[in-house]
Design a protein around this ligand. Structure first.
Ligand SMILES: Cc1cc2nc3c(=O)[nH]c(=O)nc-3n(C[C@H](O)[C@H](O)[C@H](O)COP(=O)(O)O)c2cc1C
Length: 349
């Protein structure tokens, strides 16, 4: 089955949902260009989610994707939080921050009955999930609207699990990918492999269409992914400089600089491994560490450091999420980036 048939789209190009750096505008632009635009909801409360969904529904009559996280919220651990804040004490002192006065972080919300209720008013053609899938009852509700469900796999085992639990298509997320790794069956990072290795292995093991993600930055990358057996691609980093994205000026500057050549996985910013451009926090405390509280609780302690540093124009404590290949980043409208990527489809044919 092609993505064209499964999702009702013209081009098998999915704009990766990217919480924190985009809202409805990017999704609308890509869907209207014939790809599949995505609205990330992990950082949106119910009201903001309703508003953004209304904007997408008004902005395009084409299919679009709505994306959620599916993590199990952790129980707060006061001892771990205190130890983490103690580890960050020199930074708090440097910026004049009282660690006892830091509020709980905005965090990230998993898909819930409340979110399903709101989503039901819009019935998007596609709903995608990161960190596994929601529980069976909630998933059945999403499917009852006729929505196609997409899950994200970082290993062959996760792909097989997602297909067995009802995914209609699978994003195979290679190690090159920017942002959070979708890893959910294990926390062993030695299981994580690159896109070129992952895609053909997943294609061999599942019957549903596979969407390649990670390091795909231009039309040649798209052609390569299709040659490996992918039915389509999911591209994130290459859209980060588009005017429709809400990427901060600091993040944009980092993406445009030579610093973008050096990314790493870090769990310091949210508690889960995510790929970003190396910054001072990652260099001096990590980039990986056993100390941060569980996802998404780790966001709280970093937030005031990020705010203080950003006020001075520095990304030293910011999530500068990026994949390993930022060469596709262009300050061009998202429709143009999509059309450029689409040249790889014709090349593959
Ligand atoms: C800034 C940023 C934010 C991201 N946020 C999300 C998200 O909210 N949900 C999600 O499923 N994936 C998220 N991802 C991962 C993407 O879905 C995708 O796997 C990745 O962008 C593909 O690799 P690339 O960045 O090399 O194109 C994010 C990626 C980036 C770069």
């Amino acid at each position: 089955m092609t993505l064209r048939d499964l999702f009702g789209i013209e081009l098998p190009i999915v704009q990766a949902p990217m919480a924190g750096v985009q809202a409805s505008a990017l999704a609308i632009a890509v869907s209207n260009a014939g790809g599949l635009g995505s609205l990330p909801c992990a950082m949106l409360g119910p009201e903001a989610m309703g508003k953004e969904l209304e904007a997408v529904a008004a902005g395009t009559s084409r299919p679009y994707n709505v994306n959620f996280f599916c993590h199990v919220p952790p129980r707060p651990d006061a001892a771990r939080e205190a130890a983490w804040r103690a580890a960050l004490a020199p930074f708090f002192a440097e910026f004049g921050i009282d660690p006892a006065a830091i509020p709980a972080g905005a965090g990230r919300n998993p898909f819930s009955a409340e979110a399903a209720e709101i989503l039901g008013r819009f019935r998007p053609a596609v709903v995608s999930f990161h960190f596994g899938l929601p529980e069976a009852g909630l998933l059945a509700r999403v499917k009852s609207w006729g929505a196609k469900v997409v899950g994200c796999a970082t290993t062959v085992e996760e792909a097989v699990w997602l297909e067995a639990h009802g995914a209609d298509a699978i994003v195979a997320q290679g190690l090159e990918a920017g942002g959070h790794r979708g890893i959910f069956l294990t926390d062993d990072l030695t299981t994580q492999v690159g896109t070129f290795a992952l895609v053909p292995q997943v294609v061999r093991r599942v019957g549903v269409p596979v969407i390649a993600a990670g390091g795909i930055a231009d039309s040649r990358g798209v052609a390569a992914a299709l040659a490996l057996g992918a039915a389509g691609v999911q591209v994130g980093t290459a859209y980060l400089l588009c005017p429709e994205a809400t990427t901060t000026a600091i993040h944009r500057a980092a993406l445009k600089s030579e610093a973008s050549r050096h990314t790493a996985l870090t769990n310091l910013i949210t508690g889960r491994p995510a790929r970003g451009i190396l910054n001072r926090l990652m260099r001096e405390v990590g980039p990986m560490s056993d100390a941060p509280p569980q996802f998404p609780l780790a966001t709280a302690a970093i937030a005031p450091l990020r705010a203080k540093a950003e006020a001075k124009g520095s990304g030293d404590f910011s999530p500068l999420w990026s994949g390993e290949n930022a060469t596709g980043c262009r300050e061009a409208p998202a429709a143009e980036v999509t059309r450029e990527l689409a040249k790889g489809i014709r090349a593959a044919r």
